[in-house]
Design a protein around this ligand. Sequence first.
Ligand code: KIV
Length: 282
Amino acid sequence: MATKKAIHDFYQMKADGKKVTWLTAYDFPTAQFAQNAGLDMLLVGDSLGMCVYGYKGTIPVTMDQCITHCDAVRRGAPDTFVVGDMPFMSYQASDQDAVYNAGRFLKEADVDAVKLEGGTRVTSRIRAIVEAGIVVIGHIGLTPQSSGVLGGHKAQGRTAKDAALVVEDALAVQEAGAHLLLVEAVPPEVTEYIAKTLTIPVFSIGAGKECDGQLLIVSDLIGQFQAFTPKFVKKYCDVAAIITQAMREYCEDVRNGNFPEDQHCYHMIDGEKEKFMADMAD
Ligand code: KIV
């Protein structure tokens, strides 16, 4: 079994040019699979709103839901670095809310770090959480919780002017004390510049490969999420098709009387069947 990685391991990996692997997980079995597969990090993303609860977006997700799923993931992956994702309105209103809710993730679900969205506009939140002794991951570029003000779920930094704003956010997040940075849906050349400029490890989701590690949403990777597939997703298998086919075959077997078979039944202990029949005949 590999030993659980900590923040200094990710810094060392950046220095050594080794890529860090990061995936979302929302439940106990998936966390077990991920740990067995050798993932370095897991994110219990607020994407669970769409991937698990069927909401249209992440806005309705609550702290309690996030904690419940972090707790399950922690049990499934006790030796993996687990990140709790701060949901909408768990940090937007004040530094105090941010520290209190970040602390809940550690106390109630034993996570290793928290992630929050935003650049220059959340630096005081990042500073406050770091001062409370909690590992923080910044998240810039496309930040789904504020997709309304971004004009939808759109790639960011595609003009020179917008790219400069993304770089400004990245520098602000590092300056505020964040330990790692996630860049979402930004052109690869902008991410590469950020990863080379920042001393903290920089991760991409839909932001190219010239950085220190990658994140994907597990429900996209395994072909479970049906509503849409972002351009940056690589689907490694199609569990939706596999599960649907298995369910179809089960229905057919039940309807045709082919399930259960003898091997699926608990038979009576030797000699008891005869006694049972005799008792019933009396
Ligand atoms: O919630 C999540 O899974 C995320 C990713 C989209 C980066 O924040």
